[in-house]
Design a binder for this molecule. Structure first.
Ligand SMILES: C[S@@+](CC[C@H](N)C(=O)[O-])C[C@H]1O[C@@H](n2cnc3c(N)ncnc32)[C@H](O)[C@@H]1O
Length: 360
C-alpha cells in the first residue's frame, strides 16, 4: 500500500479551528441542531442517491463496504448520517436479493487532529452495526489509501476553507477587510480573493478524494451555497454572521479590541453557487456529477448564542484571546434576541446537495 506523504502538521499554512469539544454549555455536541436540520432535509436525497447509484458487488464474505464521514466533528449528527447511509445500502442490497451473506461496514470518522475524538469514541452508538476507525487530518490532504473507499460523506463542513485568502492579511492591501469579518457585502476584490481560495481548496479536495474513492464509489456533499448568477458578496452565510461582525465592530469602536486586529480577522469560509462548483468538478474530470441541486428553501433562524460560540470560539480565541469571549457572545446574544429570522428572499442558509460518482 502506498502511504501518503502529506501529513496535517506539514501543511504549514493550513488553519484548524475545531468545534468546541466536551459536553459543556457551549459544546458542539449540545449545539449542533442547525447542522442536524440540514442533514435531516437531505436524508431522502441521500437514500435515493445510494439506491440509484451505488454499485454493490457482493464479493467474498470478507468484502466490506468502507464509508468515510469527513469533517465529522463529534456526535450525534455524524452517527445519524452514517446510520442513514448504511440503512440505504442495506435496503438496496436486500432489494437485489442478497440475503444470505450480510454486508460488513467499516466507518472512518475523520476531522482535524484537534477534534474531540475522545468524546466521539465515548459516545459511539452502542447498537452500531459497523467497525470504527478515527482518521485525524485535514480533508485538504490525502487521508486514505488509493481506491479504498466506497462512500464519502461530508456535511456542513466544506464551507471551511483551508485558510483565509492570503491577500486579506495585509493592512495596506485593497483586500484588507476593515470592519468586516467576511466577504459578504464587501468590495468585489475581497469576494474574488475568497472565490480563488475556494477554487484552490476544492481542486485539492477533489484531487485527493479521486484517489481514495474506489471506481464507481460515491461522494455525497452537503454544502452551503448561494444563488447562481450572483457575486460571492451575496453569500448565503452573510446574514448569519452579521450579528457577530457588528458585535466585534462595536467592541473595536469602544477600544476593547484593536481596530487593526479586527481588520486582520476574517472567517475562513465560503459558499459557492451551483454553477461555480459544477465548473470546478468538470475541470477535475474524475467524477460524473449525478446531482448538483439546490435544496428546497426554508426559514433559517440565526444561530443562538450557544450555537455560534460552539462553532467559532476556537477561531476567535486564537486571534483575540480568551478574555473577550464572554463579553463578545453576550453582545451577540443581545443583538439576535427578538430579531426575526432573515427571509428566504435573502438566500440565507441556502443548501446544495451534490452527488458525485468516481469514474471507472
Ligand atoms: C459545523 S461542523 C459539522 C460537523 C458534522 N459534519 C455535522 O454535520 O454536524 C464542521 C466540521 O468540519 C471540520 N473541518 C473544517 N475544516 C476541515 C478540514 N480542512 N479537514 C477536516 N475537517 C474540517 C471542523 O473541524 C468541524 O468539525
Amino acid at each position: 500500500m502506498q502511504q501518503t506523504n502529506m501529513k496535517e502538521g506539514e501543511m504549514g499554512d493550513q488553519e484548524s479551528f475545531p468545534m468546541t469539544g466536551g459536553d459543556g454549555e457551549y459544546s458542539y455536541t449540545k449545539n449542533s441542531s442547525p447542522q442536524k436540520r440540514a442533514a435531516d432535509r437531505a436524508k431522502p436525497m441521500l437514500a435515493e442517491a445510494i439506491g440509484e447509484n451505488l454499485d454493490i458487488v457482493p464479493g467474498s464474505p470478507t468484502k466490506s463496504i468502507s464509508i468515510a464521514d469527513l469533517g465529522c466533528s463529534v456526535g450525534n449528527n455524524t452517527f445519524i448520517a452514517v446510520k442513514n447511509i448504511i440503512e440505504a445500502i442495506q435496503e438496496k442490497y436486500q432489494k437485489q436479493g442478497h440475503t444470505s451473506s450480510p454486508l460488513e461496514f467499516q466507518v472512518f470518522f475523520s476531522d482535524h487532529a484537534s477534534n474531540d475524538f475522545n468524546l466521539l469514541f465515548l459516545s459511539l452508538p452502542t447498537d452500531r452495526q459497523y467497525f470504527v476507525c478515527g482518521v485525524p487530518g485535514s480533508f485538504y490532504t490525502r487521508l486514505f489509501p488509493k481506491a479504498s473507499l466506497n462512500v464519502i460523506h461530508c456535511s456542513s463542513a466544506l464551507h471551511w476553507l483551508s485558510k483565509v485568502p492570503p491577500e486579506l492579511g495585509d493592512l495596506k492591501s485593497p483586500c484588507c477587510n476593515r470592519e468586516k469579518i467576511f466577504y459578504a457585502n464587501a468590495p468585489k476584490e475581497i469576494g474574488e480573493a475568497y472565490a480563488a481560495q475556494y477554487e484552490r481548496d476544492m481542486e485539492t479536495f477533489l484531487g485527493a478524494r479521486a484517489q481514495e474513492l474506489a471506481p464507481g464509489g460515491l461522494m455525497v456533499l452537503l454544502i452551503s451555497g448561494r444563488i447562481s448568477g450572483t457575486l460571492p458578496g451575496k453569500s448565503s452565510l452573510g446574514p448569519q454572521f452579521e450579528p457577530l461582525e457588528s458585535s466585534l465592530v462595536d467592541m473595536a469602536n469602544e477600544g476593547i479590541i484593536s481596530k487593526d486586529k479586527l481588520a486582520l480577522f476574517n472567517l475562513p469560509m465560503y459558499s459557492p453557487s451551483p454553477e461555480e462548483i459544477e465548473k470546478i468538478i468538470e475541470r477535475n474530470g474524475n467524477y460524473i456529477a449525478k446531482k448538483i441541486e439546490k435544496m428546497p428553501d426554508r426559514t433559517f433562524g440565526l444561530f443562538k448564542k450557544q450555537e455560534c460560540r460552539a462553532g467559532f470560539e476556537a477561531l476567535i480565541k486564537a486571534h483575540f484571546g480568551s478574555e473577550i469571549l464572554d463579553e463578545l457572545f453576550d453582545r451577540y446574544e443581545a443583538k439576535v434576541t427578538g430579531r426575526p429570522p432573515p427571509g428566504v428572499a435573502e438566500g440565507i442558509g441556502m443548501g446544495i446537495f451534490i452527488l458525485l460518482k468516481r469514474k471507472q
